[in-house]
Design a protein around this ligand. Structure first.
Ligand code: GAR
Length: 214
Protein backbone atom coordinates (compact mmCIF):
# COMPACT_ATOMS: atom_id res chain seq x y z
CA UNK A 1 0.00 0.00 0.00
CA UNK A 2 1.17 3.52 -0.74
CA UNK A 3 2.16 5.83 2.10
CA UNK A 4 -0.82 8.07 2.89
CA UNK A 5 0.03 11.76 3.10
CA UNK A 6 -1.77 14.45 5.04
CA UNK A 7 -0.87 17.83 3.56
CA UNK A 8 -1.34 21.02 5.59
CA UNK A 9 -1.69 24.24 3.61
CA UNK A 10 -2.57 27.90 4.08
CA UNK A 11 -2.48 29.25 0.53
CA UNK A 12 -1.57 28.68 -3.09
CA UNK A 13 -0.76 24.98 -2.81
CA UNK A 14 1.80 24.65 -5.60
CA UNK A 15 3.87 22.22 -3.50
CA UNK A 16 0.71 20.27 -2.77
CA UNK A 17 0.19 20.16 -6.55
CA UNK A 18 3.71 18.78 -7.02
CA UNK A 19 2.87 15.93 -4.63
CA UNK A 20 -0.48 15.31 -6.33
CA UNK A 21 1.24 15.23 -9.73
CA UNK A 22 3.97 12.86 -8.50
CA UNK A 23 1.32 10.48 -7.18
CA UNK A 24 -0.41 10.24 -10.57
CA UNK A 25 2.39 7.79 -11.40
CA UNK A 26 1.18 4.45 -9.99
CA UNK A 27 4.80 3.57 -9.24
CA UNK A 28 5.15 6.56 -6.90
CA UNK A 29 5.09 5.11 -3.37
CA UNK A 30 2.87 7.76 -1.72
CA UNK A 31 -0.50 9.42 -2.29
CA UNK A 32 -2.24 12.48 -0.87
CA UNK A 33 -5.05 11.19 1.35
CA UNK A 34 -6.20 14.42 3.02
CA UNK A 35 -5.58 18.15 2.67
CA UNK A 36 -6.21 20.39 5.67
CA UNK A 37 -6.24 24.17 5.45
CA UNK A 38 -6.54 26.73 8.22
CA UNK A 39 -7.89 29.16 5.61
CA UNK A 40 -11.18 28.55 3.78
CA UNK A 41 -10.03 30.53 0.72
CA UNK A 42 -6.69 28.73 0.24
CA UNK A 43 -6.31 28.11 -3.50
CA UNK A 44 -4.72 24.75 -2.74
CA UNK A 45 -8.11 23.43 -1.60
CA UNK A 46 -9.36 23.73 -5.17
CA UNK A 47 -6.33 21.82 -6.45
CA UNK A 48 -7.13 18.99 -4.02
CA UNK A 49 -10.81 18.92 -4.95
CA UNK A 50 -9.93 18.87 -8.64
CA UNK A 51 -7.86 15.76 -7.97
CA UNK A 52 -10.67 14.12 -6.01
CA UNK A 53 -8.80 14.37 -2.70
CA UNK A 54 -10.60 14.85 0.62
CA UNK A 55 -10.27 18.35 2.07
CA UNK A 56 -10.95 19.83 5.45
CA UNK A 57 -10.96 23.46 6.58
CA UNK A 58 -10.19 23.90 10.27
CA UNK A 59 -10.17 27.56 11.22
CA UNK A 60 -8.32 28.25 14.47
CA UNK A 61 -10.91 30.77 15.57
CA UNK A 62 -13.61 28.09 15.52
CA UNK A 63 -11.81 26.37 18.38
CA UNK A 64 -11.43 27.35 22.03
CA UNK A 65 -7.62 27.35 21.80
CA UNK A 66 -4.62 26.07 19.86
CA UNK A 67 -4.72 22.74 21.68
CA UNK A 68 -8.28 22.05 20.52
CA UNK A 69 -7.53 23.16 16.97
CA UNK A 70 -4.56 20.83 16.80
CA UNK A 71 -6.49 18.00 18.45
CA UNK A 72 -9.03 18.26 15.61
CA UNK A 73 -6.24 18.14 13.04
CA UNK A 74 -4.67 15.10 14.71
CA UNK A 75 -8.02 13.29 14.86
CA UNK A 76 -8.69 13.98 11.16
CA UNK A 77 -5.21 12.86 10.11
CA UNK A 78 -5.46 9.68 12.14
CA UNK A 79 -8.90 8.78 10.87
CA UNK A 80 -7.68 9.29 7.28
CA UNK A 81 -4.93 6.74 7.94
CA UNK A 82 -2.19 9.29 7.34
CA UNK A 83 1.35 8.02 7.82
CA UNK A 84 3.26 11.20 6.97
CA UNK A 85 2.24 14.83 7.47
CA UNK A 86 3.65 17.30 4.94
CA UNK A 87 3.58 21.01 5.67
CA UNK A 88 3.26 22.81 2.36
CA UNK A 89 3.07 26.54 2.94
CA UNK A 90 1.29 26.00 6.26
CA UNK A 91 1.86 29.34 7.94
CA UNK A 92 1.07 28.54 11.57
CA UNK A 93 3.55 27.38 14.16
CA UNK A 94 2.72 23.91 15.48
CA UNK A 95 2.81 23.27 19.22
CA UNK A 96 5.16 20.80 20.94
CA UNK A 97 2.14 18.52 21.43
CA UNK A 98 1.47 18.30 17.68
CA UNK A 99 5.16 17.96 16.85
CA UNK A 100 5.66 15.12 19.31
CA UNK A 101 2.46 13.38 18.20
CA UNK A 102 3.94 13.20 14.68
CA UNK A 103 7.64 13.11 15.56
CA UNK A 104 9.68 11.89 12.58
CA UNK A 105 6.44 11.58 10.61
CA UNK A 106 6.18 15.34 10.00
CA UNK A 107 8.13 17.24 7.34
CA UNK A 108 8.21 20.79 6.03
CA UNK A 109 9.45 22.58 2.95
CA UNK A 110 11.17 25.90 3.52
CA UNK A 111 12.34 28.37 0.85
CA UNK A 112 15.99 28.72 1.88
CA UNK A 113 19.07 26.61 2.39
CA UNK A 114 18.59 26.03 6.12
CA UNK A 115 20.04 26.80 8.58
CA UNK A 116 20.39 30.05 6.63
CA UNK A 117 17.34 32.30 6.61
CA UNK A 118 14.73 30.61 8.80
CA UNK A 119 11.46 32.55 9.03
CA UNK A 120 9.81 34.84 6.51
CA UNK A 121 10.97 36.88 3.49
CA UNK A 122 13.79 34.49 2.72
CA UNK A 123 14.32 35.66 -0.88
CA UNK A 124 14.64 39.34 0.07
CA UNK A 125 17.04 38.42 2.85
CA UNK A 126 19.19 36.19 0.63
CA UNK A 127 19.57 39.03 -1.89
CA UNK A 128 20.29 41.59 0.83
CA UNK A 129 22.90 39.30 2.36
CA UNK A 130 24.63 39.00 -1.00
CA UNK A 131 24.27 35.21 -1.01
CA UNK A 132 25.55 33.62 -4.23
CA UNK A 133 23.44 30.52 -3.68
CA UNK A 134 19.95 30.16 -2.33
CA UNK A 135 17.45 27.33 -2.48
CA UNK A 136 15.03 25.19 -0.55
CA UNK A 137 15.11 22.59 2.19
CA UNK A 138 12.87 19.68 3.10
CA UNK A 139 13.36 18.85 6.76
CA UNK A 140 11.80 16.94 9.61
CA UNK A 141 9.93 19.30 11.92
CA UNK A 142 11.10 20.09 15.41
CA UNK A 143 9.51 22.49 17.90
CA UNK A 144 11.69 25.46 17.06
CA UNK A 145 10.58 27.04 13.79
CA UNK A 146 12.45 25.96 10.63
CA UNK A 147 14.77 23.59 12.48
CA UNK A 148 15.07 19.82 12.32
CA UNK A 149 17.01 17.12 10.49
CA UNK A 150 17.55 18.04 6.84
CA UNK A 151 16.41 15.52 4.25
CA UNK A 152 16.70 17.17 0.83
CA UNK A 153 18.08 20.48 -0.35
CA UNK A 154 18.26 22.08 -3.77
CA UNK A 155 20.48 25.04 -4.54
CA UNK A 156 20.07 27.72 -7.17
CA UNK A 157 22.44 30.54 -8.13
CA UNK A 158 21.59 34.13 -7.26
CA UNK A 159 22.17 36.52 -10.17
CA UNK A 160 23.25 40.12 -9.77
CA UNK A 161 20.01 41.32 -11.32
CA UNK A 162 17.67 39.02 -9.37
CA UNK A 163 14.61 40.50 -7.72
CA UNK A 164 12.89 38.71 -4.83
CA UNK A 165 10.25 37.56 -7.32
CA UNK A 166 12.67 36.20 -9.91
CA UNK A 167 14.64 34.40 -7.21
CA UNK A 168 11.45 33.04 -5.62
CA UNK A 169 10.38 31.61 -8.98
CA UNK A 170 13.75 29.88 -9.46
CA UNK A 171 13.59 28.40 -5.96
CA UNK A 172 9.96 27.34 -6.33
CA UNK A 173 10.79 25.30 -9.41
CA UNK A 174 13.26 23.36 -7.26
CA UNK A 175 10.77 23.04 -4.39
CA UNK A 176 8.52 21.17 -6.77
CA UNK A 177 11.29 18.63 -7.40
CA UNK A 178 12.60 18.47 -3.85
CA UNK A 179 9.33 17.76 -2.04
CA UNK A 180 8.26 14.75 -4.13
CA UNK A 181 11.81 13.41 -3.90
CA UNK A 182 11.88 13.73 -0.09
CA UNK A 183 8.51 11.99 0.23
CA UNK A 184 9.64 9.22 -2.10
CA UNK A 185 12.79 8.57 -0.05
CA UNK A 186 10.71 8.27 3.12
CA UNK A 187 8.01 6.15 1.49
CA UNK A 188 10.65 3.76 0.16
CA UNK A 189 11.80 3.25 3.76
CA UNK A 190 15.29 4.50 2.98
CA UNK A 191 15.49 7.29 5.54
CA UNK A 192 16.80 7.05 9.10
CA UNK A 193 16.80 9.99 11.47
CA UNK A 194 19.59 10.06 14.05
CA UNK A 195 19.92 13.13 16.21
CA UNK A 196 19.96 16.11 13.90
CA UNK A 197 21.09 14.14 10.86
CA UNK A 198 19.35 12.08 8.25
CA UNK A 199 20.86 9.05 6.56
CA UNK A 200 19.52 7.90 3.20
CA UNK A 201 20.12 4.27 2.26
CA UNK A 202 21.09 3.18 -1.23
CA UNK A 203 21.66 6.71 -2.33
CA UNK A 204 22.04 7.14 -6.04
CA UNK A 205 21.57 10.18 -8.24
CA UNK A 206 19.26 12.05 -8.13
CA UNK A 207 18.96 11.90 -4.41
CA UNK A 208 19.18 13.77 -1.15
CA UNK A 209 21.02 16.63 -2.74
CA UNK A 210 19.66 18.03 -5.96
CA UNK A 211 22.11 20.04 -7.97
CA UNK A 212 20.10 21.68 -10.74
CA UNK A 213 21.74 22.33 -14.07
CA UNK A 214 22.76 25.98 -14.00
C1 GAR B 1 6.61 27.81 -0.50
O1 GAR B 1 7.60 28.60 -1.10
C2 GAR B 1 7.11 27.19 0.78
O2 GAR B 1 8.45 26.83 0.74
C3 GAR B 1 6.88 28.33 1.75
O3 GAR B 1 5.64 28.87 1.39
C4 GAR B 1 5.45 28.68 -0.01
C5 GAR B 1 4.13 28.00 -0.21
O4 GAR B 1 3.83 27.91 -1.57
N1 GAR B 1 6.87 27.87 3.11
C6 GAR B 1 7.30 28.61 4.13
O5 GAR B 1 7.73 29.74 4.01
C7 GAR B 1 7.21 27.93 5.47
N2 GAR B 1 8.18 28.47 6.37
P1 GAR B 1 2.74 26.89 -2.09
O6 GAR B 1 1.47 27.16 -1.27
O7 GAR B 1 2.54 27.28 -3.53
O8 GAR B 1 3.26 25.51 -1.93
Amino acid sequence: MRLRLGVLISGRGSNLQALIDAATDPAYPAEVALVISNKPDAAGLERARAAGIATLVLKPKDFADKAEHEAAMIAALESAGVGLVCLAGYMRLLSPVFVSAWLDRLINIHPSLLPAFPGLDTHVRAIEAGARFHGCTVHYVRVEMDTGPILVQAAVPVSDDDTPDSLAARVLEQEHRAYPLAVRLIAEGRVTVGGNRVAVRDSSTPDAVIAPII
